[in-house]
Design a protein around this ligand. Structure first.
Ligand SMILES: [Mn+2]
Length: 333
């Protein structure tokens, strides 16, 4: 199904709906929160009752986003006409407590830019060329405006959409930026959503604990003999020492990826009896989505994650070895 047809089908379904539940993935990033809130604003403008849900709540660095106070950790109603899941990659990624709500909805709309194996949803608005899910939400808003002859896109929605673009492109630095990304960003900037203050709020308003954790993580940095895989970790003791949560470890993996010669960067942290793993690849042949799949996780080619229940040292050896094994099949980038 082409993206245009899927958007039309989504618009048709929305015309007939009353109660909509909207969700995105656990451990939400800027594109998850941004697309979720932009959709919530859209549905409200269309006269629908919309319930936005994130089982993990909203991370501190996104709490300034317009409408964020509407987000709940569970669905308040038992039943909905439509369920919309954005930026999630897979149904389970909304969080297991929320899956039954989405299994009950008669129409499930999946809006995403992840390449999903066995994609889900009655209607799938999926375009892996989009830099962010908010690009697809922008297209849906424009379509609804054309259908209704109504202006919907406003300054608040623009902030939400731009946040998704800024965070999923690493502030316009990643190869996923396409001409359309910058065209949409131009429209949003004209509406008052300049990328600079968003960048400041998201990346340059770090907690003290975040910077202390970064220092510890850099101290504990390791790499493979050929330097193509680098990794670091934070133990539960590290989190206790700085009175920090996993939210405070945001962005650390990018420092590992920035090392010259590194094709795959890995960041392990010991959180609540599990090991959470963030994976990043330098643009080239490395594919961390595949690597994450080997350990029950997922994401994109260049950014992915997973979570495993094994001792930290065991997990570190296993994932670093799997990364080296993938890289051994092609030359350094
Ligand atoms: Mn995304």
């Amino acid at each position: 199904v082409s993206i245009g047809i899927a958007l039309e089908q989504t618009a048709d379904a929305l015309e007939r709906a009353h109660h909509v539940v909207v969700a995105s993935h656990v451990n939400p990033d800027g594109d998850a929160v941004g697309s979720l809130l932009a959709l919530t604003h859209l549905f409200t403008a269309l006269g629908l009752a919309a319930d936005p849900v994130l089982v993990d709540g909203v991370p501190e660095i996104y709490r300034w986003l317009p409408g964020m106070e509407r987000i709940q950790r569970s669905a308040p109603r038992p039943d909905y006409d439509i369920g919309v899941i954005c930026d999630a990659g897979a149904l389970i990624r909304v969080g297991s407590s929320l899956v039954p709500t989405f299994e009950r909805v008669p129409i499930l709309i999946n809006i995403d830019h992840h390449i999903a194996d066995g994609s889900f949803g009655t209607i799938q608005v999926i375009d892996d060329k989009a830099a962010a899910t908010t690009e697809l939400v922008y297209d849906l808003i424009r379509l609804m405006e054309a259908r209704r002859g109504q202006t919907i896109l406003n300054a608040d929605i623009a902030q939400c959409l731009m946040t998704g673009i800024v965070t999923d492109t690493g502030s316009f630095k990643y190869p996923n930026v396409r001409p359309q990304t910058l065209e949409i960003a131009g429209v949003l900037t004209a509406l008052g959503a300049h990328p600079a203050p968003i960048n400041e709020l998201v990346y340059e308003s770090r907690s003290y604990a975040n910077v202390k954790l970064l220092g510890r993580a850099l101290e504990q940095l390791q790499r493979s003999q050929d330097g193509r895989v680098a990794w670091t970790f934070l133990s539960k003791e590290d989190f206790v020492e700085f009175n920090a949560t996993d939210e405070d470890s945001e962005g650390i993996v990018n420092h590992v990826r920035a090392i010259r010669g590194v094709d795959i960067a890995i960041f392990f942290r010991e959180i609540g009896g599990k090991i959470r793993i963030s994976l990043r690849a330098r643009d080239g042949q490395a594919d961390v989505n595949k690597l994450a799949n080997q350990f029950g996780g997922g994401g994109h080619r260049l950014a992915a994650g997973c979570s495993v229940e094994m001792p930290l040292s065991v997990v570190m050896n296993a994932v670093a070895a799997a990364a080296q094994s993938q890289l051994s099949t092609f030359p350094a980038s």
